[in-house]
Design a protein around this ligand. Sequence first.
Ligand SMILES: Nc1ncnc2c1ncn2[C@@H]1O[C@H](COP(=O)(O)OP(=O)(O)OP(=O)(O)O)[C@@H](O)[C@H]1O
Length: 250
Amino acid sequence: MTLQRLQINNISVKFGGLAALQNVSFELDDNQLLGFIGPNGAGKTTLMRVIMGMINPNDGTVILNGNDITHLKSVHRIHAGISLGQQIVKPLRGMSLLDNVALAFGGNKLLSPLKALMVRGKSAERDAAHEILKLVGLGDVVNKLPNEVPLGFLKRLEVARALALKPTLLLLDEPLAGLSKPEAEEMADLISGLTRPGLSVILIEHNLPQVLRVCPKLYVQANGQGLAYGPTAQVMADPVVRKAYLGKEA
Ligand SMILES: Nc1ncnc2c1ncn2[C@@H]1O[C@H](COP(=O)(O)OP(=O)(O)OP(=O)(O)O)[C@@H](O)[C@H]1O
């Protein structure tokens, strides 16, 4: 199944007295790469967690392909085609890069991570994991342990693990953070290349030059509120965005 449409409708989230998200709305169709930007504390990660089912919103709905998934558990959202690459990479340190991906690959079929561990040896899954690692440029280091490779590789591994769940909607939370300029450029190209009919990507990033280079569409948020959404050039020309996000009007 491909992504027909993700609809975020008036989502609000409160953490105690703090309104982390206030009436946030946007839509995403298939084969789109949406850059999701905003200053620190804007609520970007919170919104990704709402889409992934890790946080229950106080108000609003998340609609996937016409179905209300607002209160669906994360595991069922994974089965429905949503996957998340997290900001802080947490590979299983005692396992090779290949096994890290093979394990995630089993995880899209099983409800229990423990059961997924038991299928990690299956050769079909290891073969598929190898293909995914090649896709993210890690084909030559599949047998290395996470501690033996640089952060740039671990960021790619996180993308590979998210891809192993066979998503139609991939959420990536700051995949360029901590990378050098050339590494960030390569990663941005990699992400842009992943987007195709059958896979849409939401890219949360602080690296504005790379976001502007590869994302045809942007969603901008500040202080828990959506500021602008649309084609990149149009959004970046919006005086509200320039003032609130970039700190200047012209
Ligand atoms: N579990 C939580 N409990 C309480 N407050 C939280 C929690 N998670 C996030 N917040 C607060 O909600 C606000 C939005 O945080 P969030 O991490 O979503 O922002 P962000 O845009 O992803 O920021 P950054 O770019 O710094 O990662 C912040 O003020 C943050 O401190």
